[in-house]
Write a protein that binds this ligand. Structure first.
Ligand SMILES: [Zn+2]
Length: 479
């Protein structure tokens, strides 16, 4: 088992360094895969060898020397592991590396060169990964999540491992059908909670169940990379070459045909319009997603654009609404808050420090109403309250996905009127407690307005950047 898993925006000024990665080796890596301890029937008799796995929170491009060092250690451990029959390549699939394109294909090809053609390689990926022809060619099996938000991550890794073992026991490599689909879609338009993604992913599972098909994968791709491979892709594996070719082609055509129908999972508009909706909403709590600065997609997490608009919104103060802003990264502001303690007053210049930002740092005067030391993701965390607005400030980038993320800070989200989170579509726990929500189309490293980003390396034509009715060739490449 090995891999490097990160979703890295080419448009984020952040650079992902070694300290951004959780690097697992040995027993710690084996523990990532529950089936190894559980020992289901399909896994009996298999000796699982942990090499190295590095996983980071989404961010900016990985520093070239960090990628090179992780790759070198994986290859060294693979070479020293003795006889290997197969490799579980545990990836995300949207890793941007400074000065390099198609890092996942590079890693897969290097493993292939180290271990030889005989070894069976099974890749497990996020559906937001980009699958180039090179990557499809370098691996033998490849699969990805079938839900977004992702609630089948462990299931997917286990499927990739089970398919690997199944195929090794059969003693033959499967056929592969790969087809790239020239659509570039923001993840927020492709939630599997709603059509067309819902229906398309239901078909993926049906295709995977057909006789002669081992696995089916639909990659929506990652829109904030800037490489020719950024686009959707379909990959099918199985013994029936004709069947997987036909089904891959049908699924690719269905994705392309649906391209205009991918809408946002919630009402979407400017932050000003979202705040107006939130103020007028009949029930609470109302959530606004600050989607352009979503750290879980690669945003810096310290863009002040939405916070500045929040402080300027006159209706909020007039109606005495209780608002939570989750969150902004600023280690200096957290230190200043810690120094005065809970109940103390601070004046800080907040945010817009990690990188060039669409807005300047924001001058905030407030009372420290909460302090939380040593959050495993966010580090020390402070709550600054200005009027009826509570601003959560973290030392490191941290997504707010869970109710406990709020209650740990003494904030009961059910007792607030409006909650702004730097996120894309709401994660399941927040979705469950939200009376309603909307998506703010804000600037930042993962701006949803793709045309505004200025990609330079995409393979064109590509929907929606080239809307002039082009007819793509959706014939699968078959191996
Ligand atoms: Zn994803």
């Amino acid at each position: 088992m090995c891999g490097i898993a990160i979703e890295a925006s080419a448009f984020s000024p952040h650079r992902s360094a070694l300290e951004d990665f959780m690097v697992r080796r040995g027993a710690e890596l084996s523990a990532r895969y529950p089936w190894i301890a559980e020992g289901p029937a399909w896994s009996r008799g298999v000796e699982w060898v942990p090499l190295l796995h590095a996983r980071a929170l989404p961010g900016g491009p990985v520093l070239a020397e960090v990628y090179a060092a992780l790759k070198a250690e994986i290859l060294e451990r693979a070479g020293a592991a003795g006889h290997l029959d197969g490799v579980l390549l545990d990836l995300h699939g949207a890793m941007s590396v400074v000065g390099k394109h198609d890092a996942e294909a590079d890693l897969a090809e290097a493993l292939r060169a180290e271990l030889g053609e005989r070894v069976m390689v099974s890749a497990s990926m996020d559906l937001h990964g980009n699958v180039s022809r090179r990557l499809a060619e370098a691996v033998d099996l490849i699969t990805c999540y079938r839900t977004a938000p992702h609630v089948d991550t462990e299931e997917t890794r286990e499927r990739a491992a089970r398919n690997l073992v199944t195929q090794l026991r059969r003693g033959a490599k499967p056929h592969k059908a790969w087809v790239s689909v020239p659509v570039l879609l923001a993840g927020e338009r492709t939630s599997t909670r709603v059509d067309p993604a819902k229906g398309l992913y239901a078909r993926v599972a049906e295709i995977a169940d057909l006789d002669g098909v081992l696995d089916a994968a639909l990659f929506i791709g990652y829109a904030w990379g800037d490489e020719p491979r950024c686009r959707a892709a379909v990959v099918l594996t199985g013994d029936d070459a004709e069947l997987i070719r036909a089904e891959a082609s049908r699924l690719a055509c269905a994705v392309f045909a649906a391209r205009e129908a991918f809408g946002f999972a919630a009402w979407a508009g400017s932050i000003e319009a979202c705040l107006e909706r939130a103020v007028a909403a009949p029930s609470r709590p109302y959530f606004i997603s600050d989607s352009g600065d979503n750290p879980t997609a690669g945003g810096a997490g310290d863009v002040t654009y939405s916070l500045a608009r929040l402080f300027e919104a006159p209706e909020l103060a007039r109606r005495a609404l209780r608002v939570v802003y989750a969150s902004i990264v600023d280690a200096d502001a957290v230190r200043a808050s810690t120094a005065v303690g809970v109940g103390g007053k601070v004046q800080v210049e907040l945010g817009a420090k990690l990188a060039p930002s669409p807005e300047a740092p924001l001058w905030v005067e407030g009372v420290v109403t909460g302090l939380y030391r040593g959050d495993p993701v966010g580090g020390d965390v402070a709550v600054l309250t200005a009027g009826r607005i509570e601003v959560i400030v973290t030392s490191r980038r941290k997504p707010y996905h869970l109710v406990a993320d709020f209650t740990d800070l003494g904030i009961d989200p059910m007792a607030r009127d409006i909650i702004i989170v730097k996120i894309g579509y709401l994660e399941p726990e927040l979705h469950a407690i939200a009376a309603d929500w909307c998506l703010a189309l804000t600037p930042g490293g993962v701006d949803q307005d793709l045309a505004r980003l200025g990609h330079r390396h995409l393979d064109r034509p590509l929907f929606p950047l080239d809307e002039g009715g082009f007819e793509p060739d959706l014939t699968p490449k078959l191996w």
